[in-house]
Design a protein around this ligand. Structure first.
Ligand code: 13P
Length: 248
């Protein structure tokens, strides 16, 4: 069985005061029975990692540069994330693909760098609303997976997050049938490409996951957890999602 993961993507939110939310989360879940990861802005990674040192809650980055170093103003290497205390990194989020023009080929290079540095990767894929309306969701998602995940990866450090772009931050969530269809297709593709390792790669759903809809989403086959945006910012909300995953 794949590991269950509740991952929080804080995006460009959070400052030192927000670390109180992490403390509250830790107080609620001193020993979570699922993997919990929070990915704050880069400026908070080190401080958050210190807050969570020795705990079961992990810290991740939101992207990394494929190079190990060099003249890349504003970028951060995978090794720098590790140095700051991160153990995971989100790659290929649709906001990175849209705002920074990141292609699946670039995401694959980032993934190789991250894995080489020992980071677990959460690779995001998902269709736009226009692509869903055009009935090409499965082709889009499978193309992104093919392009973004390096060949020959093994082990549990590879996680896929299916995030329909139209469901991110909108309060709109696909039907459980729609989630089931895409997750089943992703699972089949991972198994075909990576064999037994592909059967163990967690597949997360992301896009307007809230405490109120989490249990229904986690009951869908091949949903191994969630990548949560807005509802991961407040411990009270994220706790409800973690609880739902623990009992799923
Ligand atoms: P929301 O949970 O705010 O819809 O964001 C989802 C997301 O993009 C997580 O990466």
């Amino acid at each position: 069985m794949p590991r269950k993961i509740a991952a929080g993507n804080w995006k460009m939110h959070g400052d030192a005061a927000a670390l109180a939310e992490v403390d509250a989360l830790l107080a609620t879940f001193p020993n979570p029975t699922v993997d919990v990861v929070i990915c704050p802005p880069a400026t908070l990674i080190e401080r958050m990692a210190r807050h969570l040192d020795g705990s079961a809650i992990a810290v991740g980055g939101q992207t990394c540069h494929p190079a190990t170093g060099g003249a890349h103003t504003g970028d951060i290497s995978a090794a720098m994330l590790v140095d700051a205390g991160a153990t995971h990194v989100i790659l290929g989020h649709s906001e990175r693909r849209a705002d920074h023009g990141e292609s699946s080929e670039q995401v694959r290079a980032q993934a190789q760098a991250a894995l080489a540095s020992g980071l677990g990767i959460i690779v995001c894929v998902g269709e736009t609303e226009a692509e869903r309306d055009a009935d090409v969701t499965l082709e889009v998602v499978s193309g992104q997976i093919d392009g973004s995940i390096p060949d020959g990866v093994t082990g549990p450090g590879v996680v896929v997050a299916y995030e329909p772009v139209w469901a991110i931050g909108t309060g709109r969530v696909p039907t459980t049938e729609q989630i089931a269809e895409v997750h089943a297709a992703i699972r089949a593709q991972l198994v075909e490409r990576f064999g037994e390792a592909g059967a163990k790669m967690p597949i997360l759903y992301g896009g307007s996951v809230k405490p109120g809809n989490a249990a229904e989403i986690f009951a869908v086959a091949n949903v191994d957890g969630a990548l949560v945006g807005g509802a991961s910012l407040k411990a009270a909300d994220f706790s409800g999602i973690i609880s739902a995953l623990q009992t799923a």
